[in-house]
Design a protein around this ligand. Structure first.
Ligand code: HEM
Length: 148
């Protein structure tokens, strides 16, 4: 275990020294990770908008929903960049509220999956609309920029 940890820190530290890692003023890894998974969610939503139009695309829609769920699950465990700008005393409540909304976001995605598996197009459309509404609600409360 210790050898693996040492190897990893040498690898990461070494790449930074070689200029391949993060420059001093770049953000912590978790923030980039959150944005990457958010971008992946955005991509899945765009594709779903098309695939959900036709029941013949069921397999593709189910795959996209599953991908969105795993991205959201990772996001749920990360800290939004805005947290770093808040007073220490407010951070824990902010992170808990973020996690709570992620739980609801995932809930809407599970409803979408259930509707697809049940072959209920009407319910699937309603659940997808709820999933999409989370973008504005979530970003209003938890992002640095309102229009991100
Ligand atoms: C369909 C739903 C959603 C979509 C399509 C979406 C999409 C995105 C995109 C494209 C970004 C920008 C990534 C980048 O900077 O490269 C982002 C960032 C972010 N999103 Fe979402 N998002 C969704 C839902 C949510 C929800 C529900 C929350 C909160 C509970 C949330 C919180 C955030 C946060 C904290 C960031 C980081 C922004 C920052 O730099 O401050 N998002 N999202």
């Amino acid at each position: 275990m210790k050898t693996t940890a040492l190897f990893l820190s040498l690898l990461l530290g070494g790449s930074t020294l070689l200029g391949l890692g993060m420059p001093q003023d770049q953000e912590p890894l978790g923030e980039d990770e959150l944005r990457e998974h958010m971008e992946s969610i955005e991509d899945a939503v765009k594709r779903l908008r098309r695939s959900l139009r036709d029941p013949a695309n069921l397999a593709e829609s189910l795959e996209l929903v599953a991908r969105m769920q795993s991205d959201a699950l990772v996001c749920k465990g990360l800290v939004p960049p805005l947290a770093d700008t808040l007073p220490e005393a407010e951070r824990a409540a902010f992170c808990a509220a973020f996690r709570r909304m992620m739980v609801d976001f995932l809930g809407a995605q599970l409803e979408l999956e259930a509707a697809l598996l049940d072959g209920d197009a009407e319910k699937a459309d309603a659940a997808f609309a709820r999933v999409r509404d989370f973008e504005d609600t979530g970003h209003e409360r938890f992002t640095l920029e309102e229009d991100e």
